[in-house]
Design a protein around this ligand. Structure first.
Ligand code: ATP
Ligand code: MG
Length: 448
């Protein structure tokens, strides 16, 4: 098998080889090329020391990207190529970072520090494959397998647990049984991993996660988000449901579009249910106000996982309002929701509601989808017909009311609020003149 390497990368390999060093493409590039997928970054690994690499590329632009770890970036015909010296990572006392890195001239040692066999293959047009761990075979069979003893590798760096799950989903690979068993033994090591890294991996994998996978690795998910644990076994004795809260949520993720943020909201959407559960005299379960309760729990989770303010607001809003019934609420309430949540979040709400319906009793599927579509139709209709969803959307601003003769002061704010209420109730058009006339009338009536 031959790998097609872009000319700039080939040039880098030839330059290193001509200077007397070994050089290969390695890692994700080889994996993706063997799979016949497009390659994003061509990483090069070499026996040359970082200074030797810099010297070999005299005349080219070279950036000392991570000289401590042996990485320099060479720019050839505007292509950025990361070139890293063969290295061994040693001592992982924090279960995350190597205590030291040591350079070596042995490619096999470099490959042995890499996480999974599919990421531990090197290739050069001159020497062909360097594949001491059977990586090409595992790529062909679609298997994620640790290089070496899984328990040792996960103890070195707990992030590898999430990388295993993520590569498995994004590449469509199975996780080898020994590696999977080790993941279950090692989940506690995730407590050593920074929230940012955890969140980044979760967002990368969730678009590709289905119900069975999430349930198989529920221990990993619960380690990251312990608040979800009480969903497992939380029965929903209700005609609309066929799963407990956990499996229903996993199924909702699977039924959601492949959008990381919508899927994260789907995973968390019923997190308020266990604490809101009640059972009526007929034995039917209810979960009153679980959206609000779930929003509060979600805000804590987002803070702990250090997500951006934007993402936190979006997910919390989606959880709080996921049960809104857009086919039933009044036009006025709909307009208010549009004002509070914004168009993008409302669209996401429809997607989550659809996934929610698809994760419930199929006997109600058609009816549910029809209702959701009716809500979407109303949403589009209101959006296309109207332009006032927030006070700031009013066609007459405070300054214009004052210019029209109303006195400056707190009354203006109150009158503005009253105008907004009438506009979104549909009793007053959002037109400047109409608003000013109505404002004068309200003021002259002496109510404000
Ligand atoms: P992606 O397509 O996600 O970039 P990749 O395989 O290139 O996939 P990177 O995170 O860019 O992954 O890392 C490049 C290579 O470095 C990997 O293929 C692997 O060989 C090695 N590597 C990266 N992170 C680790 C880790 N935590 N432990 C061991 N090896 C790692
Ligand atoms: Mg990469």
């Amino acid at each position: 098998m031959i790998i097609e390497i872009p000319s700039q990368v080939n040039k880098a390999l030839s330059i290193l080889s001509a200077a007397g060093y070994e050089a290969y493409v390695v890692g994700g590039a080889v994996r993706d090329a063997v799979m016949g997928r497009p390659v994003n970054d061509w990483d090069v690994t070499t026996s040359a020391m970082p200074q030797e690499t810099e010297a070999a590329f005299e005349g080219f632009k070279v950036i000392e990207t991570g000289i401590k770890h042996g990485t320099v970036t060479v720019i050839i015909d505007s292509c950025h190529i990361e070139i890293t010296t063969f290295r061994i990572d040693g001592g992982y006392s924090d279960n995350r970072h190597p205590d030291y890195v040591e350079f070596t001239d042995d490619i096999t040692l470099d490959l042995s520090r890499r996480d999974f066999t599919c990421n531990a293959v090197a290739y050069s047009p001159e020497k062909g494959f360097k594949d001491p761990f059977g990586g090409v075979e595992d790529i062909k069979n679609g298997v994620i397998r640790c290089v070496g003893e899984p328990d040792i590798r996960f103890h070195e760096d707990g992030l590898r647990i999430l990388r295993a799950l993520r590569f498995s989903r994004t590449l469509g690979f199975d996780i080898d049984a020994g590696t999977a068993q080790s993941i279950h033994r090692c989940v506690h090591l995730l407590s050593n991993i920074s929230s940012e890294r955890i969140m980044a991996e979760l967002l990368r994998m969730i678009p590709y996660c289905g119900m069975d996978f999430l349930d198989e690795y529920s221990d990993v998910i619960f380690e990251i988000i312990p608040e979800l644990k009480s969903e497992k076994g939380c029965a929903q004795n209700h005609e609309r449901h066929i799963y407990d809260v956990w499996l229903h949520s996993c199924r909702a993720v699977e039924a959601s579009p492949a959008d990381a943020e919508i899927r994260l909201a789907a995973l968390l959407h019923d997190i308020g249910k266990p604490s809101c559960k009640s059972t009526d005299e007929n034995g039917v379960d209810h979960f009153y106000s679980h959206g609000k309760a779930g929003a509060a729990i979600t805000a804590d989770i987002m803070n702990r996982l250090k997500t951006s303010g934007r993402l936190k607001r979006k997910i919390v809003n989606l959880i709080e309002y996921h049960d809104f019934l857009p086919e039933k609420i009044s036009d006025k309430t709909f307009r208010k929701y549009i004002g509070i949540l914004g168009e993008e979040t409302i669209r996401a709400l429809f997607a989550i509601r659809e996934a929610d319906i698809r994760a419930q009793n199929p006997a109600f599927l058609e009816e549910g989808l029809r209702a959701n579509e009716e809500g979407m139709r109303r949403f589009e209709e209101i959006l296309s017909r109207e332009n006032c969803f927030k006070i700031s959307d009013l066609a007459a601003k405070g300054g214009e009311l004052i210019a029209a003769g109303l006195p400056q002061g707190p009354a203006i704010g109150k009158i503005h609020l009253a105008l907004f209420d009438e506009v979104i109730s549909g009793t007053l058009p959002n037109e400047k003149e109409a608003l000013i006339n109505r404002a004068k009338e309200l003021y002259e009536n002496g109510d404000y």
